[in-house]
Design a protein around this ligand. Structure first.
Ligand code: PAZ
Length: 330
C-alpha cells in the first residue's frame, strides 16, 4: 500500500482544486467566526480511472442518498454543512425531484397576448414542492451550505485533506461524517496508460503493480491499495473533531467485527455500520464502548420516513455530549 504522504506527492490535485480550496477556506472562516458547529458530509462514490485521458473507469454503486439526505438533517440542527459529493450524484433538496419528476410537476400556459408563456407548479404539487424549496432558499441565503464535488478517488483525497485543513480550527465543534463510498484500490498515475484501452480484461489482480499491458489482446490491470486516509485524518489533520466513519458490508456477520477493527485502528469516535441490502432501514452505531441498532419499522418506512433523520439526530446528540465533556476537561 502507498503511504499517504507518497500518495499526495505522486498524484496531482484536480484542475479545480485551488478554487475549491478558496471556497472551503472562506466558508470555514466565516462559520468559525460565528462559532457555529460545522459538519463535513462526504457523499457518493469515487471512480478509479483506467487511463490518463479517461474514457473508462471503475465506478462505485453509491448514489449519494445517505449523504444528501443527511446534509438536509444537519441543516435542520443548525450545522453549517460542507457537502462534498461525487459530481452528478444526489444533492440535498434537488434529490426529492429527480429525473422527469420535476417536469411532471410543471404546467405551461399561453398568455392572452399569444406571444409568451408562463410556467407554474401544478396546484397538486405545491404542497410537496414548496417546503423543500423554502428550506433550500434559507440554506442558500444564510450561506449554511457549501457544495464541492469530486469524481475520482484522487480528487476525493485532495479535497478531503483541504477540507480538514480548514476544519481543524473548529476543534471539537467539527463533525466529519464520512458516508462516501471510497474505492479501496486504484491505478497509480505512473502505471496508467495514456490512451484508451482497447479491451478490458476480466483479470483484475491485487498483486504489486506493474504497468498495464495493452495491445491487441486483453490487457491485465493491476490495482494498488489506496492508503487509509482515516489514519492521518483522525490523528493529525483534525485530532479534536468528532469523526464518524461509515462501514459497508455485504456479510452481516462481519459488520460489528469490522467496525470495531476500524475504531481500534484509527481511534475515532463512531462507526456507523450498514449492510448493502438493508442500509435504507437499518444501521448499527458502534462506539468504543457500545453498539446499538437504529432502524425504521416497516410502517415508518411506508410513511416516507428516512433513516437519516434518526441517524443524524443521534450523531448530533453524541456530538453535543462530546463538546460538553471537552469543555468540562478545560
Ligand atoms: O449513497 P447510498 O445511500 O446509496 O449508500 C450509502 C453508503 C452505503 C455508501 C454509506 O452508508 C456507507 O456505508 N459508506 C461507506 C462505505 C465504505 O465502507 O467504504
Amino acid at each position: 500500500m502507498t503511504h499517504w504522504e507518497d500518495f499526495y506527492n505522486t498524484h496531482l490535485p484536480p484542475a479545480d482544486f485551488e478554487d475549491n480550496r478558496s471556497l472551503l477556506k472562506e466558508f470555514c472562516e466565516r462559520h468559525n467566526k460565528l462559532q457555529n458547529r460545522i459538519v463535513l458530509v462526504t457523499s457518493g462514490g469515487t471512480t478509479v480511472p483506467l487511463e490518463h485521458n479517461t474514457v473508462r473507469f471503475v465506478d462505485n454503486f453509491s448514489a449519494g442518498t445517505r449523504g444528501s439526505a443527511s446534509a438536509e438533517y444537519f441543516l435542520d440542527h443548525d450545522y453549517a454543512v460542507i457537502f462534498m459529493h461525487r459530481h452528478k450524484s444526489l444533492e440535498p433538496f434537488t434529490r426529492h425531484f429527480t429525473g422527469q419528476q420535476f417536469f411532471d410537476m410543471l404546467d405551461i400556459a399561453d398568455i392572452a397576448d399569444g406571444q409568451s408563456s408562463t410556467i407554474a407548479i401544478k396546484p397538486d404539487s405545491v404542497d410537496v414542492f414548496a417546503p423543500v424549496l423554502a428550506k433550500y432558499k434559507i440554506a442558500r441565503e444564510t450561506q449554511m451550505i457549501l457544495y464541492v464535488s469530486f469524481t475520482s478517488v484522487v480528487d476525493y483525497m485532495w479535497l478531503l485533506r483541504a477540507a480538514c485543513e480548514c476544519l481543524a480550527a473548529f476543534e471539537e465543534r467539527a463533525v466529519l461524517y464520512l458516508a462516501a463510498a471510497v474505492s479501496d484500490f486504484y491505478i497509480p498515475e505512473d502505471m496508467m496508460v495514456m490512451r484508451m484501452l482497447n479491451y478490458l480484461s476480466s483479470i483484475v489482480s491485487l498483486q504489486p503493480t506493474h504497468k498495464m499491458q495493452s495491445g491487441d489482446g486483453a490487457p491485465t490491470i493491476s490495482l494498488q491499495l489506496v492508503p487509509k486516509m482515516l489514519a492521518p485524518l483522525a490523528s493529525l489533520w483534525v485530532p479534536l473533531a468528532y469523526v464518524v466513519s461509515f462501514k459497508l458490508e455485504t456479510d452481516e456477520n462481519l459488520l460489528i467485527v469490522k467496525a470495531r477493527d476500524s475504531l481500534n485502528k484509527y481511534k475515532h469516535k463512531l462507526v456507523i455500520a450498514n449492510v448493502l441490502q438493508t442500509r435504507k432501514h437499518r444501521v448499527v452505531f458502534v462506539t468504543p464502548t457500545d453498539s446499538y441498532e437504529v432502524h425504521l419499522s416497516r410502517e415508518q418506512a411506508h410513511q416516507g420516513l428516512e433513516i437519516e433523520e434518526p441517524i443524524v439526530a443521534d450523531v448530533v446528540q453524541k456530538h453535543s455530549e462530546f463538546i460538553l465533556s471537552a469543555q468540562q476537561r478545560q
